[in-house]
Structure formats: C-alpha cells, structure tokens
Design a protein around this ligand. Structure first.
Ligand code: SF4
Ligand code: SF4
Length: 421
C-alpha cells in the first residue's frame, strides 16, 4: 500500500495557509491543532524525538481534507495523520485505538453514555454490530442518543428473504446497478437503503442488486491507524462485487470516498491491483448518478408537491467537498424539485465536527466545531437539513433531531423518495 507518498516527496515551508481552513484550529485558535504543527511534529518523529503527547496531538484531526486542498505544496496532512496513527505502537507501545478508548473511559460524557445499562448505543456496540463495522466507532461518541434499533439489518432481511446472492443474480435482466449500503443504511437506518432502491426503480425501471457478502468500507479502520484491517475489508468488498459487472452505487458519501481509495490501496500488490482498479472504475457517486437520471426527465419531479414550504439546507460532507470536489451535483439535484428553496451559509460550507474517532477522543473539540457551524446555520430560515454522509447525518440528527417538524434532518435518498411518492 502506498502511504505518505506526497509527504515524503515534498516538505512543509510553514506558510500557514492550511491553518486558515482547519476547522479544529478555527474552533480553538491553538497552534497545537494546526496541520502545519502536525507536519512539523512528523519530522521530529522521523528523527526519533518522540514525546508522550504525540498520540494526543495526532488524535486532534477530523481527517476532513481541507488542509490538503489549501496547501500550495500539495502536502497531505490527513494521510500523514493516519500513517502516524498506524505507527504509534512502534514508538509508544500503545495502538491508536487503545489510546482513544482510554481517553473515552475518563471522559464523563462518554463514560455516562457507555455505561448506561440498556442504552440503545450500548446494545448496538456490544451485541449487534459486527466487530469490523465502522459504525461502532462513530457511535461511541453518541452514547446518550436514543437510537431506535431496527429488528434486523437491511442485508440480513434480504438474506432471510432471498436466501443467497445467486438467487438475486438469477434475475439479473431486471437489475440495473449493484448497491453498497454502508453500515448506517444496513444496520441503523435501513430506510436509507429502501429509499435508494425506490429511486433506482423509479429512474431505471429496474432493481439494484445487493451483494450479500459486502462489509464495512474500511474508513474507520484506516482512521484508527489499522491499515491491515482496511485491506482485509477492501478485499472482502472487491470479492463480493465481482459476481457481476454492474456499476456500483453507494448512498454514503464517506463510503464512496473510501471505496474510491481501493485502487490506490493495492497499487503495490500485483495480485489485487487489477481487481481493485476494476472495482473503483465501477463506482457511481449518489447525487451525480441521480442527477443524470432525474435530469433525463421524470414525471415524478414535475408531479412532486410544489406547494410545500421546503426551505432546505444541504450540508456538504467533507469527504465529497475536498479531494473529490462534488458540491454542485447534490445542489443541482435538489434544484430539480420546484418545491425546494435551497439555502446556503453566508461564509460557505463548514465541517460538522463528527470525524469518526475525533468525536470519541475529543467530544469537547467536536462540540466547538459544531457550535461554529450552528452559529452560521441559525441565520438561515431552513426547516430541513439534507446530507448523504453517515457521520454528518448522525451529527445533525443528534443536534437537531429526526422529527418531521422544524429542524428535520434527512438523508438525501429518504428526502427525495418522500418528495416523489
Ligand atoms: S499549507 Fe502546506 S506548506 Fe504551508 S504550512 Fe501548511 S502544510 Fe506547510
Ligand atoms: S484534515 Fe482537517 S482537521 Fe485535520 S489538520 Fe487538516 S484541516 Fe485540520
């Protein structure tokens, strides 16, 4: 696997451009939180000048990618952060995940959430979610959220219904696309998977096949400094989708970002490089896919409810905004619907502060980033928030609730499916 390439070939000139866009630094104003500081510290690690605070400093990053986008020298600080996390056991004897767990155990908010007997989050983490699901890590920071657990995961329900992949494949003529659900739509909010199926049926006239052996995309494992685990998950997904050659659609922006990295992950592995490249080439981003489909004309759009008062705020997931630059497509998709008044933050898109493990290790910092966003959001008159990233969605749902009245927060798939029904 290639890792740290950009950072090995170039060096930081300490210009500080990256600091101006870092959401953690902008929430705290503390130099210790800057991407520039992390670049500097990495050079110390290379020389073996390691202190006990390194794990702490390298845990204070959302991996949002804003600094990479801004750096005139193309330095990839998020990549540097994940490579340092992976190296932690070598110089501190403690894995990054162990470090984060220890932090969580001494934090009153997280401790109260994690120890609440019978809480939904605890049930999820302890008994229901597979060990390798990235959703486990995301949910650690939501110990006090009243999740409603579906009786069965989406894929488990399919397994119970259709038996196996072969049965789904038997009706291949009727299928238009392969669907990667991601952990949130599979385990916690299956209505996202159901809404995606509905949109696929509406726009293609056919069904989406759901390979039953698919697993977590591996983003959380990568963020936790466990690249070997990420490779294992990636191989399982590549294998799972090789039964057909259909395009692959996922409803989660973070999963899409991670699945896109598979080609790069296996660049140095001749056995897997070609299979990984084949997998990545088939990927379709959710809003771009449905923008193409709905732009081709749908009676459901012209017939959608025009009289509703839908003041919508679209939240850009960092994983789509930086590096992939997919910001216009979701907006264009929403603007196809005549009932929608799309609203924007005055200063432009902002990070929500979720960041997977960041939320677990630094709930206070995450809250500061969230409050920055809320400061600007409260100036809008939006009554609906829409996004397509599982982490952002959980963060907004925790902040504003999932209700149908003011402040409703919906996944893009669920929101559009309701509009056309
Ligand atoms: S923008 Fe790039 S070169 Fe400038 S301080 Fe940040 S990492 Fe270093
Ligand atoms: S990835 Fe985001 S949070 Fe991390 S250092 Fe860069 S800008 Fe800051």
């Amino acid at each position: 696997m290639k890792n740290g390439t950009r950072n090995e070939e170039r060096f930081c000139v300490k210009c500080g451009t990256c600091n101006t866009v870092c959401p953690v630094y902008s929430a705290t104003g503390n130099e210790i939180h800057t991407p520039r500081g992390k670049q500097h510290l990495k050079s110390k690690i290379a020389k073996g000048e390691v202190s006990s605070h390194y794990a702490e400093i390298f845990s204070q990053c959302l991996l949002c990618g804003a600094c990479l986008e801004a750096c005139p020298r193309g330095l990839d600080t998020p990549e540097l952060v994940t490579s340092v996390r992976a190296e932690l056991p070598r110089f501190s004897g403690l894995s990054f995940l162990k470090f984060v767990s220890r932090k969580a155990l001494v934090h009153p908010f997280l401790l109260s959430g994690l120890t609440r007997v019978g809480s939904a989050a605890e049930t999820l983490l302890g008994e229901w979610l597979p060990q390798d699901s990235g959703l486990r890590l995301r949910l650690q920071g939501f110990g006090q959220h009243p999740f409603k657990l579906p009786a069965k995961g989406y894929i488990d329900k399919l397994k119970a219904k259709s038996g196996n992949d072969n049965e789904q494949q038997a009706s291949r003529q009727e299928q238009s696309i392969s669907f990667f659900t991601g952990c949130l739509a599979n385990y916690l909010q299956p209505e996202i998977a159901e809404a995606t199926q509905l949109l696929v049926a509406e726009t293609t006239g056919r069904k989406a096949v759901v390979p039953l052996a698919q697993t977590c995309c591996g983003m959380a494992a990568m963020a936790a400094g466990r690249p070997d685990e990420t490779l294992g998950l990636a191989k399982r997904n590549i294998r799972a989708f090789e039964d057909n050659e259909l395009p692959i659609l996922t409803s989660c922006s973070s999963c899409y970002f991670q699945l896109k990295t598979y080609k790069e992950l296996f660049a140095d592995d001749p056995e897997w490089a070609e299979r990984a490249a084949g997998f990545t080439e088939r990927l379709e981003e959710f809003s771009s896919f449905f923008l193409k489909k709905f732009s081709a004309g749908s009676e459901k759009i012209t017939g959608s409810n025009k009289s509703s008062d839908l003041k919508v705020f679209y939240h850009d997931p960092c994983h789509l905004r930086f590096k992939l630059h997919i910001t216009e497509e979701p907006r264009q998709l929403l603007k196809l619907f005549p009932a929608i008044d799309l609203q924007e933050l005055e200063g432009g898109p902002q990070c929500c502060g979720q960041g997977g493990l960041f939320q677990v290790a630094h709930p206070d910092l995450a809250l500061q980033v969230w409050k920055n966003l809320m400061g600007d959001y409260s100036a809008l008159s939006a009554n609906t928030v829409v996004t397509a990233c599982s982490g952002c969605l959980l963060q907004w749902q925790r902040g504003l609730g999932t209700g149908e009245s003011d402040g409703q927060v919906k996944h893009l798939a669920v929101f559009i499916a309701r509009l056309i029904q």
